[in-house]
Ligand binder design. Sequence first.
Ligand code: UN1
Length: 495
Amino acid sequence: MKDYKNLINGKLVDSASGRTFENRNPANWDEVVGVFPKSTAEDLNKAIEAAKKAYPKWRAIPWPKRSEIMRKVAEIMVMKKEELSKLMTREMGKVIKETRGDTQEGIDTALYASTEGRKYYGYTLPSELPDKSCWTRRDPMGVWGLITPWNFPIAIPTWKSFPCLLSGNTAVIKPATYTPACVGELGTILQEAGVPDGVFNVVYGGGSEIGEGLLNHQDIVGISFTGSSDIGRRIGEVCGKSLKRCSLELGGKNGQVVLADADLDLALEGVLWGAFGTTGQRCTATSRCIIEAPVYDRFIDMLKAKVEALKIGNGLDEANDVGPLVSESQRESIHSYVLIGKQEGAKLITGGEPYTEGTCAQGWFYRPTVFIDVTPSMRIAQEEIFGPVLSVIKARDYKEAIEILNGTVYGLSSSIYTRDLVKAHKAIELAETGIVYINAPTIGAECHLPFGGMKNTGNGHREGGWTAYEIFTEIKTVYVDYSGTLQKAQIDTWQ
Ligand code: UN1
């Protein structure tokens, strides 16, 4: 058990309130992972003040120099990869091979940032007028508020903080209360790598106090948030009032389509990984499997056997496939959806209850669950469940499969399994999702490509790749007139 403190202006400090909260291992609720300050508005104000003070110096450092610090960050993270991954498994439960992947995604994001600083392009364009040049550049904005979720406790905080800092901004991050330790370690790594005091500040605490405090603070220029659509809507509303920029990555109800001509073994592996990886707790998780009628029964038989063979248990054991849910309340929420599915008339073919065998009785485990004969309008086919529950829907044909795929309010990720090139390309065109996979599951985005969704999944921004840098910078358009005369755009004629 470790005693964590807020990181404010480069110093580890307790909350002015003196209050703390605990974080427990979801695979074994007797184990306290860490104790954290329960911060107040006073702590948050200090952090924002420190970030504001650090901003002018930090933004003045040339981009390539800032990116050298990011390379150091990557090096330290490589050294600490195993330690961070184990901490993450203890903190939120997902199995060790996945937490290694999560840490790796953070390392990749740092390496990407370390090169981006040398090639952050603007555009150069011709002018309508002679002896005049025009170009664009990007400039930092100020102090950002970063609000991060618990399901990717290293990767998502790095998606936000690395582009934010490399762009010359400073930040205050509020990590999810289920996974504060990973972000605490990230703060230490950034300091060790040479990020100056006050540039990156960590304030622990709840959404109503610290999250709201960030949204409403006049010195915060933008909010980057990943979490539920309900909270995202609230953030958008508050930011709208003060015209703060906000980048929202929200819910998903991702579908995998299996067409009759697909490689069914491959599609099966895909759906198992997509639906039950991270115990279904990804915004990109496959929560619907849409199967074309001719292969519906066969695919379900194959699926049931494989789901029942998944090994459930403590994520630190390399042999396990599925770890616990993050908390008791998440388990209750998932179970309530299972009850809803039954009431709606879907057929439960496996799972549907907590898993309490052996030492798992000490944690928030849940059996991987599959409902079949789900119809597209059922709540279990429409609402984000965020757990190991897969809703299987039969589609008459290709056309209906795509209609069902698009028939939700969300639009993050979709997957189509087929060997037919024409159907694959048509699906890429028609899918109402920000990410489309062909013959691959709905999860597995890479850090150098844009990540985000359409419809209620977000507000049009894309994290990852170069587009993440667009979130954290302002475009400045520059005109330089070297004609020595007053030239009037749109008025002067040129012959
Ligand atoms: C999320 O689903 O919450 O694409 C983030 C993936 C990971 C990131 C997922 N690289 O599955």
